[in-house]
Design a protein around this ligand. Structure first.
Ligand SMILES: Nc1nc2c(c(=O)[nH]1)N[C@H]1C(S)=C(S)[C@@H](COP(=O)(O)O)O[C@H]1N2
Ligand SMILES: [Mo]
Length: 212
């Protein structure tokens, strides 16, 4: 057995002992790339990030404007429905909650769900309250560096489990859209891309809510 695999098993054991490995998952020390379709090309001059739907005012930001928004960091464990998990990942970007609290986004009081819309039509839905949690971020940076194209450059939604924050709902990673371009605020739930394909709507990692 190679030393890489020995290290992986040791690290997996540590994470398991800390109750951070959900059922049916195994730890990877790599960072797998997983998505449907091609990696989109980023064109800064035409890129925008938009909020729309049930908001008091629809808005959009250019790339330069988006980079000036207040920034947050979060350290989370990632759990993919295909059974790999990656521990202690550090993300930096903009939190929806801070945008709402600072009045940059004014959502209507009857909003219950949010749809992330990404390049090439990928979508994924979440309840508003999960979106506002500390474990969801609109990330521009991973591990101190800008995202790489295959991990969602320039902007992605990311959601995971914050160790010791078992009060927060923790869905599988498909609930974070790479190449994020807009958020649609909704007064009822609607299924996103994988959710329509039979993946679980809530997607809680601790209850293994993989498929419906
Ligand atoms: N735009 C887009 N975002 C996506 C997906 C996709 O197919 N398209 N796949 C999701 C799934 S299933 C996973 S596990 C993560 C993978 O992120 P990674 O490639 O950075 O590991 O992206 C999620 N976001
Ligand atoms: Mo996934």
């Amino acid at each position: 057995m190679g030393s890489f695999e020995t290290n992986r098993r040791k690290e997996e054991e540590r994470i398991r002992e800390e109750d951070r490995l959900p059922p049916g998952q195994s730890l990877t020390l790599k960072f797998p790339v997983l998505h449907y379709g091609p990696v989109p090309v980023f064109t800064p001059s035409t890129w925008d990030f938009r909020i729309w739907g049930e908001v008091e005012e629809e808005k959009s930001w250019t790339w330069d404007q988006f980079l000036k928004l207040p920034r947050t960091q979060v350290n989370i464990d990632l759990h993919c429905v295909t059974r790999w998990s990656k521990a202690d990942t550090l993300w930096e970007g903009v939190s929806l909650r801070s945008m709402v609290e600072s009045g940059l986004i004014r959502i209507k009081p009857n909003v219950t769900h949010v749809m992330q819309h990404a390049e090439h039509g990928y979508t994924t839905n979440l309840p508003l309250e999960v979106f506002l949690q500390d474990n969801f971020l609109m990330a521009t940076h991973f591990d101190g560096k800008p995202l790489t194209p295959d991990h969602g450059y320039p902007l992605r939604g990311v959601i995971g489990h914050i160790p010791s924050r078992d009060d927060l709902e923790s869905p599988y990673l498909w609930k974070g859209a790479k190449w994020l371009r807009s958020l649609e605020f909704m007064t009822a739930d609607r299924l996103g891309f994988w959710e329509k394909g039979g993946y679980h709507n809530r997607a809680d990692v601790w209850n293994e809510e993989r498929f419906r």
